[in-house]
Design a protein around this ligand. Structure first.
Ligand SMILES: Cc1ncc(COP(=O)(O)O)c(C=O)c1O
Length: 429
């Protein structure tokens, strides 16, 4: 029997930057993981409702992706090849074309950027400016697109913007769907502003949005609103960029979060679960007519992670060859909604947020949401908050989570909420 040496945790405080974050909420030392369970060094299991912030839609260490990757490494497959042709890249592109693009009638060129979501967003914004010769990009309240300077300019979050310590420019922000409540049509507001040459909004190179704002509080745009935004973009010669980094790869049910909305974005950004296995991997999907980059114009040393090509291909072959997985995700999403409705009923004024397997409950304040998540962690559930005030308890379980584990995690959440609100409930009775 092997005995695990317990890590001396002072190393993290002594040597790791103050920028560290999730490890402050979940300070255990984790040593292994399988599908929706993370195990710490003491052998305690935690149900993972964070899933690498939607980077692990297919769970931790999927056995088929792992086997393909181990085979690839064992046979000396190319690990780093800059952006040279490799057999793993060609196999991935072929699978992406056959399994994702062609059945959906989509025609995109694939640009592999540096491996983070922010890098894909930077590339998308630069390309839209290059295509249109304009500088302004419209983004939305509570949107989150990354923290490098260009992407951060499009990000709404005040805390992250504050970290820039320099002007964030060339982006104008307008209200997202239902930002002012259901009665105010924010698409109409944007249309009027763009139609008015004296509104002060510069004609944009692009309008960029998330269909479900992940970090911004699980605000789900309606299909009608997204369609209207597309029409407005077209009317003003601007490109439509959909940032599908968090909502894509099945998180809302379909592979792309927009594919059932009847829109045709000019540019789509992908990262997080795109590798399937949690490996760093990002890409920009570009309508061919807009692919006007010169060679290496947006370059980077780590463009196209060959290990990720292997696992991403297996993910497509395993989960997206037919509609079974999408149906399974939709069924789990319905179950999640139903359970969250019951949980929200316990919280005065609570609201359900999100769609598919990207849902949560707005419990009113960040303090309450934080307390609930803390109680959950004590009971063996890893779960985080999102939203402008961290007021939304957010569930991002792996899409592959076993039904009984999903139920068990939700039981823990329900108990934590009940414990917090039992006093209030008793008073009301
Ligand atoms: C919608 C969206 N875009 C971009 C990003 C940035 O990705 P990364 O953290 O990999 O730079 C994120 C990260 O949470 C995101 O949710």
């Amino acid at each position: 029997m092997t005995t695990m040496t317990m890590t001396d945790k002072t190393i993290f405080e002594r040597r790791e930057s103050e920028a560290r974050s999730y490890c402050r909420s979940f300070p255990n030392v984790f040593s292994s993981a399988r599908n929706a369970v993370l195990r710490d060094e003491s052998g305690r299991d935690y149900i993972d409702f964070l899933a690498g912030c939607s980077s692990l839609n297919y769970g931790h260490n999927d056995p088929d992706m792992k086997a393909a990757l181990v085979d690839y490494i064992t046979s000396d497959g190319v690990t780093h090849g800059l952006d040279m042709h490799t057999s793993s890249k060609s196999a991935f592109l072929k699978a992406f074309e056959e399994i994702i693009l062609e059945p959906r009638g989509l025609d995109y060129k694939v640009q592999f950027t540096g491996p983070t979501g922010a890098n894909a967003v930077e590339a998308a914004m630069k390309l839209a400016r290059k295509v249109t010769g304009r500088t302004n990009i419209i983004s939305f309240t509570n949107g989150f697109h990354g923290v490098t300077m260009g992407a951060l300019a499009a990000t709404g979050n005040g805390y992250h913007r504050g970290g820039a310590s320099a002007p964030l420019s060339n982006v104008q922000r307008v209200p997202f769907d239902a930002y002012h409540g259901d009665e105010i049509d924010t698409a109409q507001m944007l249309e009027k502003m763009l139609d008015d040459p004296s509104s002060g909004i510069d004609t944009p190179a692009a309008i960029m949005l998330e269909t479900v704002q992940g970090e911004g509080g699980l605000n789900a745009a309606s299909a009608e609103w997204v369609k209207r935004i597309e029409e407005i973009a077209r009317a003003h010669g601007a490109l439509l960029i959909i940032d599908d980094i968090q909502a894509g790869c099945g998180r809302t049910g379909a592979f792309f979060s927009f594919e059932e909305m009847g829109v045709s974005p000019d540019i789509v950004t992908m990262a997080k679960s795109f590798s399937g296995f949690g490996l760093p991997f990002a890409a920009v999907l570009i309508k061919p007519e807009h692919d006007i980059w010169g060679p290496a114009e947006h370059n980077g040393t780590f463009r196209g992670n060959n290990h990720a090509f292997v696992t991403a291909r297996v993910a497509l072959e395993k989960f997206w060859k037919d509609g079974a997985f999408q149906q399974e995700v939709q069924a789990k999403g319905d179950y999640l909604k139903q359970r969250l409705e019951a949980i929200a009923d316990m919280v005065p004024g609570a609201r359900l947020k999100g769609r598919g397997m990207m849902r949560g409950v707005d419990v009113g304040t960040g303090e309450v949401a934080g307390e609930i998540c803390k109680r959950c962690f004590q009971q063996g559930l890893i779960i985080e908050t999102s939203g402008a005030h961290d007021e939304v308890v957010k569930i991002l379980a792996p899409l592959t989570i076993e039904q009984d584990l999903l139920a068990k995690g939700l039981d823990i959440l329900e108990a934590a909420v009940a414990e917090k609100f039992s006093a209030h409930k008793m008073a009301a009775e």
